[in-house]
Design a protein around this ligand. Sequence first.
Ligand code: SF4
Length: 370
Amino acid sequence: MGTKKLNGTVIVTYRCNARCNMCSRFKAPTRPEEELSLETIKKLPPMYFTNITGGEPFIRTDLKDIVRELYKKSDRIVISTNGYFTDRILNLAEEFPEVGIRISIEGLQETNDEIRGLPNGFERGYSTLKKLVEMGHPDVGFGMTVQDRNAPDLVPLYKLSDELGMEFATASLHNSFYFVENKNVIHDRPMVAQNFEDLINELLKSKSPKKWFRAYFNHGLINYIYGQPRLLPCDMAFDTFFIDPYGDVVPCNGTKDKEVMGNLNEQTWDELWNSEQAERVRAKVRHCDRNCWMIGSVSPAMHKYIWKPATWVLRHKLKPGKKYDMHELKVVRDYEEGRVTREELDALSTCDLSSDPNDGLRRNAVSNHG
Ligand code: SF4
Protein backbone atom coordinates (compact mmCIF):
# COMPACT_ATOMS: atom_id res chain seq x y z
CA MET A 1 0.00 0.00 0.00
CA GLY A 2 2.93 2.30 0.83
CA THR A 3 4.13 3.59 -2.56
CA LYS A 4 0.93 3.96 -4.55
CA LYS A 5 0.04 7.62 -5.13
CA LEU A 6 -3.27 8.60 -3.56
CA ASN A 7 -6.03 11.13 -4.11
CA GLY A 8 -6.22 13.41 -1.08
CA THR A 9 -8.41 16.24 0.13
CA VAL A 10 -6.90 18.56 2.70
CA ILE A 11 -9.44 20.51 4.78
CA VAL A 12 -7.17 23.27 6.05
CA THR A 13 -9.77 25.09 8.16
CA TYR A 14 -13.41 24.96 9.24
CA ARG A 15 -13.55 28.75 9.46
CA CYS A 16 -15.70 30.33 6.76
CA ASN A 17 -16.77 33.86 5.89
CA ALA A 18 -19.84 32.72 3.91
CA ARG A 19 -23.28 31.87 5.31
CA CYS A 20 -24.59 29.33 2.81
CA ASN A 21 -28.11 28.01 3.31
CA MET A 22 -27.01 24.41 2.63
CA CYS A 23 -23.94 24.34 4.87
CA SER A 24 -23.79 25.22 8.56
CA ARG A 25 -20.03 24.81 8.87
CA PHE A 26 -19.68 28.52 9.64
CA LYS A 27 -21.56 27.90 12.90
CA ALA A 28 -18.96 25.31 13.97
CA PRO A 29 -15.55 26.69 13.02
CA THR A 30 -12.12 25.52 14.14
CA ARG A 31 -9.85 27.71 16.23
CA PRO A 32 -6.81 28.85 14.22
CA GLU A 33 -4.35 27.36 16.72
CA GLU A 34 -5.80 23.83 16.36
CA GLU A 35 -5.69 23.73 12.54
CA LEU A 36 -3.36 21.49 10.49
CA SER A 37 0.27 22.52 10.84
CA LEU A 38 2.98 22.38 8.19
CA GLU A 39 4.63 19.65 10.26
CA THR A 40 1.57 17.43 9.84
CA ILE A 41 1.21 18.31 6.16
CA LYS A 42 4.82 17.16 5.64
CA LYS A 43 3.73 13.69 6.81
CA LEU A 44 1.14 13.24 4.04
CA PRO A 45 1.85 10.53 1.42
CA PRO A 46 2.62 11.06 -2.30
CA MET A 47 -0.54 12.05 -4.17
CA TYR A 48 -1.49 12.21 -7.83
CA PHE A 49 -4.19 14.77 -6.96
CA THR A 50 -4.78 17.06 -3.99
CA ASN A 51 -7.84 19.18 -3.34
CA ILE A 52 -7.40 21.95 -0.77
CA THR A 53 -10.67 23.02 0.76
CA GLY A 54 -12.34 24.38 3.90
CA GLY A 55 -14.31 26.19 5.30
CA GLU A 56 -12.80 28.93 3.20
CA PRO A 57 -9.13 27.97 2.69
CA PHE A 58 -7.98 31.51 1.87
CA ILE A 59 -8.89 32.54 5.43
CA ARG A 60 -5.56 30.90 6.33
CA THR A 61 -2.88 33.49 5.75
CA ASP A 62 -0.24 30.72 5.49
CA LEU A 63 -1.99 29.02 2.57
CA LYS A 64 0.98 29.67 0.27
CA ASP A 65 3.26 27.77 2.65
CA ILE A 66 0.80 24.88 2.66
CA VAL A 67 0.65 24.81 -1.14
CA ARG A 68 4.46 24.98 -1.39
CA GLU A 69 4.73 21.99 0.94
CA LEU A 70 2.03 20.03 -0.88
CA TYR A 71 3.70 20.56 -4.26
CA LYS A 72 6.63 18.52 -2.96
CA LYS A 73 4.36 15.48 -2.86
CA SER A 74 1.46 16.11 -5.22
CA ASP A 75 1.31 16.04 -9.03
CA ARG A 76 -1.69 18.36 -9.20
CA ILE A 77 -3.38 20.71 -6.75
CA VAL A 78 -6.82 22.31 -6.98
CA ILE A 79 -8.11 24.82 -4.41
CA SER A 80 -11.84 25.19 -3.79
CA THR A 81 -12.82 28.69 -2.64
CA ASN A 82 -15.73 31.11 -2.58
CA GLY A 83 -13.52 33.65 -4.35
CA TYR A 84 -14.03 36.42 -1.83
CA PHE A 85 -10.39 37.14 -0.96
CA THR A 86 -9.45 38.31 -4.44
CA ASP A 87 -5.99 39.70 -3.64
CA ARG A 88 -4.90 36.58 -1.76
CA ILE A 89 -6.13 34.34 -4.57
CA LEU A 90 -4.40 36.34 -7.33
CA ASN A 91 -1.22 36.52 -5.30
CA LEU A 92 -1.17 32.75 -4.79
CA ALA A 93 -2.01 32.10 -8.46
CA GLU A 94 0.95 34.29 -9.46
CA GLU A 95 3.37 32.24 -7.41
CA PHE A 96 1.82 28.90 -8.43
CA PRO A 97 0.73 29.28 -12.06
CA GLU A 98 -0.15 25.59 -12.35
CA VAL A 99 -2.53 25.44 -9.36
CA GLY A 100 -6.22 24.90 -10.19
CA ILE A 101 -8.71 27.38 -8.69
CA ARG A 102 -12.39 26.43 -8.41
CA ILE A 103 -14.72 29.22 -7.31
CA SER A 104 -18.14 28.28 -5.96
CA ILE A 105 -20.84 30.39 -7.53
CA GLU A 106 -24.33 29.33 -6.57
CA GLY A 107 -26.23 30.99 -9.38
CA LEU A 108 -26.55 34.30 -11.14
CA GLN A 109 -26.11 37.40 -8.97
CA GLU A 110 -29.35 37.52 -6.98
CA THR A 111 -29.55 33.77 -6.42
CA ASN A 112 -25.89 33.46 -5.48
CA ASP A 113 -25.97 36.23 -2.92
CA GLU A 114 -29.17 34.90 -1.38
CA ILE A 115 -27.82 31.33 -1.05
CA ARG A 116 -24.32 32.26 -0.01
CA GLY A 117 -25.10 35.07 2.41
CA LEU A 118 -21.98 36.99 1.38
CA PRO A 119 -22.45 40.69 0.67
CA ASN A 120 -21.46 41.23 -2.97
CA GLY A 121 -20.48 37.56 -3.10
CA PHE A 122 -21.25 37.15 -6.80
CA GLU A 123 -19.40 40.35 -7.75
CA ARG A 124 -16.37 39.34 -5.71
CA GLY A 125 -16.32 35.73 -6.95
CA TYR A 126 -16.96 36.64 -10.57
CA SER A 127 -14.39 39.44 -10.62
CA THR A 128 -11.80 37.07 -9.09
CA LEU A 129 -12.57 34.61 -11.89
CA LYS A 130 -12.25 37.28 -14.56
CA LYS A 131 -8.98 38.58 -13.15
CA LEU A 132 -7.55 35.05 -13.10
CA VAL A 133 -8.54 34.67 -16.75
CA GLU A 134 -7.05 38.07 -17.62
CA MET A 135 -3.75 37.13 -16.05
CA GLY A 136 -3.78 34.00 -18.22
CA HIS A 137 -4.14 31.53 -15.36
CA PRO A 138 -4.67 28.24 -17.19
CA ASP A 139 -6.75 26.28 -14.68
CA VAL A 140 -9.79 28.20 -13.45
CA GLY A 141 -13.36 27.03 -12.98
CA PHE A 142 -16.77 27.50 -11.43
CA GLY A 143 -18.38 25.12 -8.98
CA MET A 144 -22.13 25.15 -8.31
CA THR A 145 -24.16 23.21 -5.73
CA VAL A 146 -27.59 22.73 -7.24
CA GLN A 147 -30.73 23.05 -5.11
CA ASP A 148 -34.35 24.01 -5.89
CA ARG A 149 -33.58 27.73 -5.59
CA ASN A 150 -30.75 27.86 -8.15
CA ALA A 151 -31.51 24.99 -10.55
CA PRO A 152 -32.89 27.37 -13.24
CA ASP A 153 -29.49 29.14 -13.28
CA LEU A 154 -27.65 25.92 -14.13
CA VAL A 155 -27.52 26.23 -17.93
CA PRO A 156 -27.03 30.05 -17.97
CA LEU A 157 -24.09 29.67 -15.58
CA TYR A 158 -22.64 26.85 -17.66
CA LYS A 159 -22.86 29.07 -20.74
CA LEU A 160 -21.11 31.88 -18.88
CA SER A 161 -18.28 29.53 -17.88
CA ASP A 162 -18.07 28.27 -21.45
CA GLU A 163 -17.74 31.81 -22.84
CA LEU A 164 -14.89 32.42 -20.41
CA GLY A 165 -13.29 29.07 -21.39
CA MET A 166 -13.62 27.69 -17.88
CA GLU A 167 -14.36 24.37 -16.26
CA PHE A 168 -17.88 24.01 -14.83
CA ALA A 169 -18.25 21.62 -11.90
CA THR A 170 -21.60 20.70 -10.37
CA ALA A 171 -22.77 19.17 -7.12
CA SER A 172 -26.09 18.78 -5.37
CA LEU A 173 -27.20 18.92 -1.74
CA HIS A 174 -25.61 16.51 0.72
CA ASN A 175 -25.91 16.01 4.47
CA SER A 176 -22.94 15.07 6.64
CA PHE A 177 -20.76 16.00 9.61
CA TYR A 178 -18.64 18.04 7.17
CA PHE A 179 -21.54 20.30 6.21
CA VAL A 180 -22.99 20.11 9.75
CA GLU A 181 -26.28 19.42 8.01
CA ASN A 182 -29.08 16.88 8.05
CA LYS A 183 -31.93 18.96 6.57
CA ASN A 184 -30.78 19.22 2.94
CA VAL A 185 -33.14 17.67 0.42
CA ILE A 186 -34.35 18.49 -3.09
CA HIS A 187 -38.08 19.28 -3.01
CA ASP A 188 -39.07 19.56 -6.66
CA ARG A 189 -37.12 16.68 -8.14
CA PRO A 190 -38.60 16.78 -11.67
CA MET A 191 -37.84 20.51 -12.02
CA VAL A 192 -34.26 20.14 -10.80
CA ALA A 193 -33.76 17.02 -12.93
CA GLN A 194 -35.08 18.88 -15.99
CA ASN A 195 -32.40 21.53 -15.53
CA PHE A 196 -29.75 18.81 -15.21
CA GLU A 197 -31.14 17.16 -18.36
CA ASP A 198 -30.75 20.44 -20.25
CA LEU A 199 -27.19 20.80 -19.01
CA ILE A 200 -26.37 17.21 -19.96
CA ASN A 201 -27.59 17.85 -23.50
CA GLU A 202 -25.44 20.99 -23.71
CA LEU A 203 -22.41 19.03 -22.52
CA LEU A 204 -23.04 16.16 -24.93
CA LYS A 205 -23.34 18.65 -27.82
CA SER A 206 -19.83 19.97 -27.18
CA LYS A 207 -16.68 18.73 -28.87
CA SER A 208 -14.84 18.13 -25.61
CA PRO A 209 -14.56 14.52 -24.34
CA LYS A 210 -14.06 15.92 -20.83
CA LYS A 211 -17.50 17.53 -21.06
CA TRP A 212 -19.07 14.26 -22.25
CA PHE A 213 -17.80 12.63 -19.06
CA ARG A 214 -19.17 15.55 -17.06
CA ALA A 215 -22.51 14.77 -18.71
CA TYR A 216 -22.29 11.29 -17.18
CA PHE A 217 -21.49 12.82 -13.77
CA ASN A 218 -24.61 15.01 -14.03
CA HIS A 219 -26.69 12.00 -15.07
CA GLY A 220 -25.45 10.45 -11.79
CA LEU A 221 -26.67 13.56 -9.95
CA ILE A 222 -30.23 13.03 -11.23
CA ASN A 223 -29.94 9.43 -10.06
CA TYR A 224 -28.70 10.70 -6.67
CA ILE A 225 -31.44 13.26 -6.06
CA TYR A 226 -33.98 10.48 -6.65
CA GLY A 227 -32.24 8.51 -3.85
CA GLN A 228 -31.01 5.63 -6.02
CA PRO A 229 -27.89 3.45 -5.48
CA ARG A 230 -24.68 4.99 -6.85
CA LEU A 231 -23.97 4.29 -10.51
CA LEU A 232 -20.38 3.37 -9.56
CA PRO A 233 -18.92 1.69 -6.46
CA CYS A 234 -17.47 3.89 -3.71
CA ASP A 235 -13.83 3.09 -2.92
CA MET A 236 -13.10 5.92 -0.51
CA ALA A 237 -10.40 5.14 2.07
CA PHE A 238 -8.77 2.63 -0.31
CA ASP A 239 -6.82 4.98 -2.57
CA THR A 240 -8.51 8.22 -1.52
CA PHE A 241 -8.62 10.08 1.78
CA PHE A 242 -9.63 13.33 3.46
CA ILE A 243 -7.72 14.94 6.29
CA ASP A 244 -9.53 17.42 8.53
CA PRO A 245 -8.10 20.48 10.32
CA TYR A 246 -7.41 18.34 13.42
CA GLY A 247 -5.18 15.92 11.52
CA ASP A 248 -7.90 13.25 11.61
CA VAL A 249 -7.86 11.16 8.43
CA VAL A 250 -11.35 10.17 7.26
CA PRO A 251 -12.59 8.36 4.16
CA CYS A 252 -14.72 11.18 2.79
CA ASN A 253 -16.90 14.15 3.66
CA GLY A 254 -20.22 12.36 3.15
CA THR A 255 -20.66 10.25 6.28
CA LYS A 256 -23.18 11.16 8.98
CA ASP A 257 -20.60 11.01 11.76
CA LYS A 258 -16.88 11.52 11.42
CA GLU A 259 -15.27 8.11 10.71
CA VAL A 260 -11.68 8.43 11.87
CA MET A 261 -8.98 6.14 10.42
CA GLY A 262 -6.25 7.70 12.56
CA ASN A 263 -4.62 11.00 13.42
CA LEU A 264 -1.63 12.31 11.50
CA ASN A 265 -0.55 14.67 14.29
CA GLU A 266 0.01 11.60 16.44
CA GLN A 267 0.90 8.82 13.97
CA THR A 268 3.07 8.35 10.89
CA TRP A 269 1.23 7.97 7.60
CA ASP A 270 2.10 4.27 7.27
CA GLU A 271 1.02 3.48 10.84
CA LEU A 272 -2.27 5.24 10.28
CA TRP A 273 -3.03 3.93 6.79
CA ASN A 274 -2.21 0.31 7.67
CA SER A 275 -3.90 0.34 11.10
CA GLU A 276 -6.75 -1.86 12.26
CA GLN A 277 -8.81 1.27 12.79
CA ALA A 278 -8.31 2.20 9.11
CA GLU A 279 -9.40 -1.32 8.11
CA ARG A 280 -12.54 -0.99 10.25
CA VAL A 281 -13.40 2.25 8.46
CA ARG A 282 -12.81 0.59 5.07
CA ALA A 283 -15.22 -2.18 6.07
CA LYS A 284 -17.82 0.50 6.87
CA VAL A 285 -17.24 2.16 3.48
CA ARG A 286 -17.89 -1.20 1.79
CA HIS A 287 -21.35 -1.25 3.40
CA CYS A 288 -22.08 2.46 3.25
CA ASP A 289 -25.62 3.16 2.04
CA ARG A 290 -25.47 6.96 1.77
CA ASN A 291 -25.08 6.79 -2.00
CA CYS A 292 -23.58 10.22 -2.24
CA TRP A 293 -22.43 11.52 -5.59
CA MET A 294 -19.75 14.18 -5.07
CA ILE A 295 -16.85 14.72 -7.40
CA GLY A 296 -14.34 13.74 -4.67
CA SER A 297 -15.62 10.17 -4.57
CA VAL A 298 -16.92 9.91 -8.13
CA SER A 299 -13.90 11.16 -10.06
CA PRO A 300 -11.59 8.37 -8.79
CA ALA A 301 -14.39 5.85 -9.44
CA MET A 302 -14.88 7.16 -13.00
CA HIS A 303 -11.18 6.59 -13.67
CA LYS A 304 -11.16 3.17 -12.06
CA TYR A 305 -14.33 1.87 -13.74
CA ILE A 306 -13.82 3.90 -16.92
CA TRP A 307 -15.61 1.41 -19.17
CA LYS A 308 -18.95 2.24 -17.52
CA PRO A 309 -19.03 6.01 -18.15
CA ALA A 310 -17.27 5.44 -21.50
CA THR A 311 -20.02 3.09 -22.69
CA TRP A 312 -22.66 5.57 -21.52
CA VAL A 313 -20.93 8.43 -23.36
CA LEU A 314 -20.58 6.43 -26.56
CA ARG A 315 -24.23 5.33 -26.49
CA HIS A 316 -25.44 8.91 -26.07
CA LYS A 317 -23.05 10.49 -28.54
CA LEU A 318 -24.16 8.06 -31.23
CA LYS A 319 -27.85 8.72 -30.59
CA PRO A 320 -29.51 10.81 -33.32
CA GLY A 321 -31.57 13.87 -32.27
CA LYS A 322 -31.99 14.61 -28.58
CA LYS A 323 -29.09 12.86 -26.92
CA TYR A 324 -30.25 12.53 -23.33
CA ASP A 325 -33.60 12.08 -21.63
CA MET A 326 -33.78 11.68 -17.86
CA HIS A 327 -36.54 9.12 -18.33
CA GLU A 328 -33.84 6.57 -19.07
CA LEU A 329 -33.70 6.34 -15.27
CA LYS A 330 -36.50 4.02 -14.19
CA VAL A 331 -37.12 5.93 -10.95
CA VAL A 332 -37.90 9.11 -12.93
CA ARG A 333 -40.59 7.21 -14.87
CA ASP A 334 -41.89 5.55 -11.69
CA TYR A 335 -42.24 8.91 -9.94
CA GLU A 336 -43.92 10.56 -12.90
CA GLU A 337 -46.39 7.70 -13.24
CA GLY A 338 -47.19 7.55 -9.49
CA ARG A 339 -45.56 4.20 -8.74
CA VAL A 340 -43.35 5.88 -6.14
CA THR A 341 -44.29 8.87 -3.97
CA ARG A 342 -42.39 11.96 -2.94
CA GLU A 343 -42.44 10.75 0.68
CA GLU A 344 -40.86 7.46 -0.38
CA LEU A 345 -38.10 9.32 -2.23
CA ASP A 346 -37.56 11.67 0.74
CA ALA A 347 -37.10 8.59 2.92
CA LEU A 348 -34.35 7.36 0.57
CA SER A 349 -32.45 10.64 0.96
CA THR A 350 -29.98 11.38 3.79
CA CYS A 351 -32.23 14.14 5.12
CA ASP A 352 -32.97 13.23 8.74
CA LEU A 353 -34.45 15.79 11.07
CA SER A 354 -34.75 13.39 14.01
CA SER A 355 -31.39 14.32 15.56
CA ASP A 356 -28.89 17.17 15.53
CA PRO A 357 -26.13 16.86 12.93
CA ASN A 358 -22.65 15.92 14.13
CA ASP A 359 -20.29 18.84 13.52
CA GLY A 360 -17.07 16.76 13.48
CA LEU A 361 -15.34 19.13 15.87
CA ARG A 362 -12.65 17.66 18.11
CA ARG A 363 -14.79 17.80 21.26
CA ASN A 364 -17.35 15.54 19.55
CA ALA A 365 -14.86 13.28 17.84
CA VAL A 366 -13.17 11.74 20.89
CA SER A 367 -15.52 8.77 21.06
CA ASN A 368 -14.78 7.92 17.45
CA HIS A 369 -11.09 7.27 18.04
CA GLY A 370 -10.23 3.60 18.19
S1 SF4 B 1 -21.02 6.59 -0.26
FE1 SF4 B 1 -18.77 6.75 -0.15
S2 SF4 B 1 -18.36 8.96 -0.19
FE2 SF4 B 1 -20.51 8.69 0.39
S3 SF4 B 1 -20.56 8.64 2.65
FE3 SF4 B 1 -20.43 6.54 1.91
S4 SF4 B 1 -18.24 6.11 1.95
FE4 SF4 B 1 -18.43 8.33 1.97
